[in-house]
Write a protein that binds this ligand. Sequence first.
Ligand SMILES: Cc1ncc(COP(=O)(O)O)c(C=O)c1O
Length: 474
Amino acid sequence: MSTSLLHKAYDSRLFNEQGNDLVQQISHYLAQNISGEAPTMNAWVDPQEEYAFWKAYTNENHPTPSFFETVLKRSIHIHHPHCIGHQVAPTVPVSALATLLSAQLNNGMAVYEMGQASSAIERVVIEFFAETIGWANGDGFLTSGGTLANLTALLAARKAKASSDVWNEGHGRKLAIMVSEEAHYCVDRSARIMGLGEAGIIKVPVGDDYKIRVDLLQQYYNKATQDGFEVISVIGSAPSTSTGIYDDLEGVSAFAKANNLWFHVDGAHGGAAIFSKKYKHLVNGIAEADSVIIDGHKMMGTSSITTAVLFKNTADSYATFSQKAQYLWEQNDDPDWYNYAKRTFECTKSMMSLRFYAILNAYGVAFFDDFVTTLYDSGRTFSEVLKQHPDFEIALEAQSNIVCFRYTAGISKAKIQEVNKTIRKQLLEEGEFYIVSTVLKGEMWLRTTFMNPFTTEAHTQKLIEKIRTIAKKL
Ligand SMILES: Cc1ncc(COP(=O)(O)O)c(C=O)c1O
């Protein structure tokens, strides 16, 4: 029997009240942050202290609007133009609204009847990606994040290229993949999950330009086969995470073709360059890939987490998993595009297609061009500006919206890393700017990713001044 508590929990008038209040709060947050009027990002709170805060909070009786307000205040504000850290998009509000709708509808998506509109919309979104890449018979689906997407694509690679039926019979020969040493760690993780082990992950060095050494691919491949490995795939990064530098996809593709390998492009961050008239040349060769992944929550402005897994050939998108699930579908090998769980890692998944479609519907494809182009312009401009300041050095010329640099004025080489570590720590603790760090060829660098189209040169000039002020006090 339903209790009064259950009635209260589902009360539509209460939802209306609290929902309106939340929308007001988020609107205020957006106005304050996008304009940069909010004084700072959040000041740092030690994890143990934050935990203690929320632990105590559960014992107090807070009205829901005040709970939301407290979460807002104590969270990182990635819509602030001083937030130039990791690669998470400041969500386009219409995409957030779509997520709210999907969160409340909670259509399960595993099979068509569990989410009719969102399943059909997913196909439209996938076709939009495939056509932009330039594929006539492309296909795919959406999944929960780049990490899972890379794993899914590599499982498809194994299905297509391994000489044994690993899915049904387990491993026969030792399998291997080839990838740049600068690739995102999730590629390494995927390979280990697939049982390839450390030896099955052939890390190819990058050159001074941080691109995979295409000239070494054949040599590394020959060595692996001599050592008894069956190489199934080569992966191109578009771009790699630390530097934002794109691999030479045409070069990698030619190598893949010559050796009958599956060519996968990890475009989690910058695959969306396909939408930029100015920057699409960075992904020349992407149409030759067998599979590509592109994150929405990075360079396309959607809320997290939502990733497109795309295949050049429709059939490959159905081949990855082969599973009997009579309570969901009758035939395992039907290419029924609308029963997505046959092809995705997830069974239940969120109605993520709405997050892309809401943007497309409201602003058209031009939004994605503007977004990528503006952010890449910002990264390149910052890289140029830094070159004009002799007290800073850049690790390499920015190709995208990721810029690695450090403060060097009057600091001995031995101390540069230590000083920059302290700079980054102080920035984090004070909360006025959010930037991160990375290690390139064994050395620590400050790292910025321009994710906010409203971050201007005036903001980055302030960052430069702030770093100088911190450094001078050290
Ligand atoms: C190149 C690349 N691939 C994959 C990933 C993982 O994507 P996600 O965070 O969506 O799992 C990232 C994340 O930064 C990335 O930069």
